[in-house]
Design a protein around this ligand. Structure first.
Ligand code: ADP
Ligand code: MG
Length: 475
């Protein structure tokens, strides 16, 4: 806990899902050979002109509505001019003057508390190419040049690392729910710039902000914020707050620290101007109405439904809505008539545990709801015990075989003491003879009694409990 007030603002970049790029007909696909998805326009060849991808504009407007933003009357783009090897045109097409959304707000949940987040703006732009660095050589892959990117900028309204991560997780699941992005951080589809400053509790003005650029995991965002709060607090404690300067730093995963990149004082002038090659066009009310209809139930609503209708705990419902894939899996279980609480238990414990262990995503997990149902049905029919169900689950998952191939008739054990006591007593009552012999020293008759119980229960009696009960009866 810092003794200073912490102020955080985020810039979240998220790649959109689309068949083609935002201004060209090249494919927007992650799984390709380097420089495979490239059109002359992506390379800025002379004479080429951008064509706006309508689906990307639609998705951007959809997110603008979800974030309760004000939407402009006209759609147009600006050029942000700078030179870098990953930017063949010498400028990035983005939105500066008139973003698809401004002045938005959205409530998120963090540690059981509702936190309102104010949105400065959300805008549509193109991604740059990517650079791969080798020893002494760098290679450019233009596949990413022109991939649609949605940039979301919050006001400086977040006050802890937990809140920042909760906001990013909520937005990722909203993007997934609305089907505008896969939001896969492992594929670099979400990247964040994190702005952090500290101030005295009663101060009227914000402290100096430090920007940490391009953090590409939520864990990284969390740790970078904690690191920055400590670094800035220490300088302030020591009366050296003037050493906190407006600068851009980067998060170094390996050494777990932020490192100076450049000062903001010599910030580049991007010489923005409206892109003359993309005509302005009107965003009609009718179109917005149509887009609005496509907005599905959002994560927090979905969570409330799970709590109210299926009686899930707040915690469990919160786990399921974290990823669209979890919700899809869960809903499929329900449509197969699996009991909501039973499905939740399997999903939040065994299944998420197993995909974490296998380091795969749920979509790639072998035990689909249909296969899970085989196990749950066998459990319900008491063909297997819950312990056996778990064993079969892990076996089936690792050997990629249907659970039913492990389920045999008569697999369950009778472990219920009351039930076994009844059986043992019945057998003992009709075995007076054998008991007398046993007491006379023929102790190997013990196995005879066990055998009788097994015969009676067709081998289902739990042997440990059976032996205990027979022992108790004989002594
Ligand atoms: P830049 O071009 O430097 O990235 P932007 O205006 O794009 O500037 O982004 C500013 C970001 O910094 C926003 O997310 C905003 O909320 C955040 N921010 C502004 N002032 C502060 C502050 N004092 N402390 C923390 N974050 C801040
Ligand atoms: Mg920035």
């Amino acid at each position: 806990m810092s003794k200073y007030k912490v102020v955080i603002g985020l810039e979240m970049h998220c790649e959109l899902k689309s068949n083609s790029k935002v201004f060209s007909s090249a494919r927007n696909s992650y799984n390709s050979l380097p420089n495979d998805n490239v059109r002359p326009i992506d390379m800025a060849f002379p004479g080429t002109l951008p064509v706006v991808n309508k689906k990307c504009v639609k998705d951007a407007l959809k997110m603008s509505m979800v974030l309760n933003c004000t939407i402009p009357q006209y759609m147009y783009f600006d050029r942000k001019n700078y030179y870098y090897p990953d930017l063949p045109k010498g400028y990035q097409i983005t939105q500066m003057e008139s973003p698809v959304g401004i002045n938005g707000k959205i409530d998120i949940e963090c540690n059981g508390q509702i936190v309102p987040v104010t949105i400065h703006d959300i805008h549509l732009e193109e991604d740059a190419a990517s650079l791969d660095h080798y020893f002494g050589t760098s290679c450019i892959d233009y596949n990413r040049a022109g991939v649609p990117l949605l940039e979301l900028v919050t006001e400086p309204c977040l006050s802890s690392a937990d809140e920042a991560v909760a906001f990013l997780e909520t937005m990722r699941s909203i993007y997934q729910f609305c089907d505008v992005s896969e939001g896969d951080t492992k594929k670099g589809q979400i990247r964040c710039d994190v702005n952090v400053s500290i101030m005295d509790e009663d101060a009227k003005e914000f402290g100096t902000r430090v920007e940490i650029k391009n953090v590409n995991s939520f864990g990284g965002v969390h740790d970078a914020i904690i690191y920055e709060i400590e670094r800035q607090s220490k300088l302030k404690d020591e009366g050296r707050y003037d050493e906190v300067i407006q600068e851009t730093r980067r998060w170094d995963e390996e050494t777990a620290q932020t490192i100076h990149m450049r000062s903001k004082v010599d910030a580049i002038d991007y010489k923005y101007f409206v892109d003359p090659n993309i005509p302005k066009y009107k965003i009609t009310k009718e179109w917005l109405e149509e887009i609005k209809k496509e907005i599905p139930m959002l994560p927090l609503e979905c969570k409330q439904k799970y709590i109210n209708e299926y009686g899930l705990s707040d915690y469990d419902a919160g786990v399921i809505i974290k990823e669209k894939a979890y919700v899809d899996y869960y809903e499929e279980c329900l449509s197969l008539n699996i009991n909501p609480k039973v499905a939740c238990n399997w999903l939040t414990t065994q299944i998420l545990g197993e995909i974490n262990h296998q380091e795969i995503s749920l979509n790639d997990f072998y035990i689909k709801p249909r296969l899970l149902k085989q196990l749950i049905d066998a459990l319900d029919a008491k063909t297997i015990s819950s312990k056996q169900a778990k064993e079969i689950f892990f076996k089936a998952a690792s050997e990629q075989k249907e659970p039913k191939s492990y389920i045999k008739e008569g697999m369950t054990q009778i472990s219920d003491e009351k039930e076994l006591t009844k059986i043992v007593e019945a057998i003992m009552e009709r075995s007076e003879n054998q008991i007398a012999q046993y007491k006379n020293g023929k102790t190997n008759l013990f196995d005879y009694f066990v055998g009788q119980v097994m015969k009676e229960t067709k081998g289902k009696a739990n042997p440990v409990i059976t032996k205990e009960l027979i022992n108790k009866y004989l002594n």
